[in-house]
Design a protein around this ligand. Structure first.
Ligand SMILES: Nc1nc2[nH]c(O)nc2c(=O)[nH]1
Length: 452
């Protein structure tokens, strides 16, 4: 049986994340991109369907490389609106310790729906809370990913260093090393897909230096190498974390990372702000990736990721929205806009261009999660695509369409395709009752903080 061929025709402009000319549109065959047409070029063979992209910017689906979906239940919670990371976490841990599977399912659905509507086709999630009753948290998320038809890299997060051992999280939120490793192995065996076109992948993600033991860092690295899966953690997010590492381990953060076997190209780090020049060179030599989370870094006043210095040293840069208790939006286009403006303050307008930032959100993010089959428009890549209409009021009078996406504040895709299937049409998620989801999610969010 021949595969269905769809010509996405007549785009106003195309951002390919490479040097290709795709002004003639692209042909999708089954789940992949079969033809990239230069200006005026026609498909080489007949097509079954035409998708009219008139007035739209066509681009690769965005890729989100850091999130905590469950935190959509604690957005804009008054007690933590005006505090930095450590007190923010200490106030929130007891709330999050109440999380149960149904609420996690709703939270994950809300986060992914927001991402999808912002043009995101692949997301990661860093889930590190497994209180009683939540042993199958990642399994719950797998079901939601499948329901929404996105690609995902779900990370098995963990916390094992409780307050009694000098860590930050309370005892009821930590697990034993054995439990963490057993579940990590189970999830890899059950869900991790390999190769081009993978829909579901698993990575290992001990939470942060102040919430996990060195043993679990080392053992996770060993398992990741044995199973060939990726490693993820928070690092160098705040100066409090740096002080913690110096006090607890007698090491700066990157030395600590190296000491536990993580300074390599299997690892990508969330935030990556507080590095010195030598550490930046070492991260680059190792090929360790950094996920820049500008909104969270501003919200928690954590600092500013040194993206240009990192890139100059060879560090791959991607983008992430971070958890919704510190952003509080799961909109990757909005995040890209914030990255553009924040980074311009440090590195100037000439370096921090819309194309560079969209590159971080697509091809750069793909590299962080070890994928070459997504994040750009080229023949043979997965047909993960986003189309943004530029006929809304906010774009009126704009000239350069790709720049306009960020400068005029695009926030909602008109159409989104994942692996050749339309998941968003006319700005609506296919088959999803958003009103009902909001109603259930709001109830779950209210229940989580009730009586506190
Ligand atoms: N922005 C965030 N940083 C963190 N560090 C840590 O241990 N947990 C978190 C988190 O949820 N968000």
């Amino acid at each position: 049986m021949s595969l269905q061929r769809t010509w996405i025709k007549n785009p106003l402009a195309v951002f390919t994340a490479n040097e290709l000319d795709a002004r003639g549109g692209i042909v999708v065959e089954g789940s992949t991109i079969a033809e990239v047409l230069a200006c005026g070029q026609l498909p080489s063979q007949p097509v079954d369907q035409i998708a009219d992209a008139t007035g739209c910017v066509l681009m690769p689906g965005l890729i989100n490389t850091h999130h905590h979906f469950y935190q959509t239940l604690t957005r804009a919670w008054a007690p933590v609106v005006n505090v930095p990371l450590f007190p923010w976490l200490q106030k929130l841990y007891p709330v999050w310790a109440r999380l149960q599977p149904e609420a996690l399912g709703l939270a994950s659905r809300v986060a992914m729906a927001e991402l999808l509507l912002s043009g995101c086709t692949t997301t990661t999630d860093h889930h590190y809370l497994f209180p009683q009753g939540m042993e199958e948290a990642i399994d719950v998320q797998v079901e939601v990913v499948r329901e929404l038809g996105m690609r995902a890299l779900l990370t098995r997060g963990s916390m094992s260093l409780g307050e009694e051992q000098g860590g930050l999280p309370p005892e009821q939120t930590v697990q034993s090393g054995d439990t963490i490793l057993r579940d990590s192995q189970r999830l890899i065996d059950r869900y991790h897909q390999r190769g081009d076109g993978a829909w579901m992948q698993i990575a290992l993600a001990p939470c942060s230096p102040f919430s996990v033991t060195t043993d679990i860092m080392r053992e996770s690295a060993a398992m990741a190498q044995r199973e060939d899966v990726r490693l993820h953690t928070h690092l160098a997010e705040t100066l409090d974390e740096e002080a913690f590492c110096l006090k607890m381990f007698g090491l700066r953060t990157v030395d600590y990372l190296e000491s536990v076997g993580w300074l390599n190209d299997r690892t990508w780090l969330a935030h990556g702000i507080h590095f010195n020049a030598d550490e930046i060179q070492r991260l680059g030599a190792a090929g360790t990736g950094i996920c820049h989370c500008p909104v969270s870094n501003m919200r928690l006043a954590s600092g500013m990721c040194p993206t240009r210095d990192l890139e100059a040293a060879g560090v791959p840069i991607g983008l992430g929205v971070d958890g919704s208790a510190s952003n509080d939006a799961s909109n990757l286009m909005y995040e890209a806009r914030q990255a553009l403006y924040l980074q311009r303050l440090k590195y100037g307008a000439e370096y921090v261009t819309p194309e560079r930032v969209l590159g971080w959100a697509t091809r750069g993010s793909a590299k962080l999660i070890g994928r070459d089959d997504i994040g750009q428009i080229a023949v043979g890549k997965q047909a993960d695509l986003a189309l943004f209409r530029l006929d809304e009021l906010r774009f009126s009078g704009s000239h350069d369409p790709v720049s306009a996406l960020l400068l005029c504040g695009a926030e909602r895709a008109d159409r989104v395709m994942v692996g050749g299937k339309w998941r968003v049409i006319d700005g609506q998620i296919v088959g999803m009752d958003i009103k009902s989801l909001i109603c259930q999610h709001r109830k779950a969010a209210a229940a989580l903080i009730a009586d506190l």
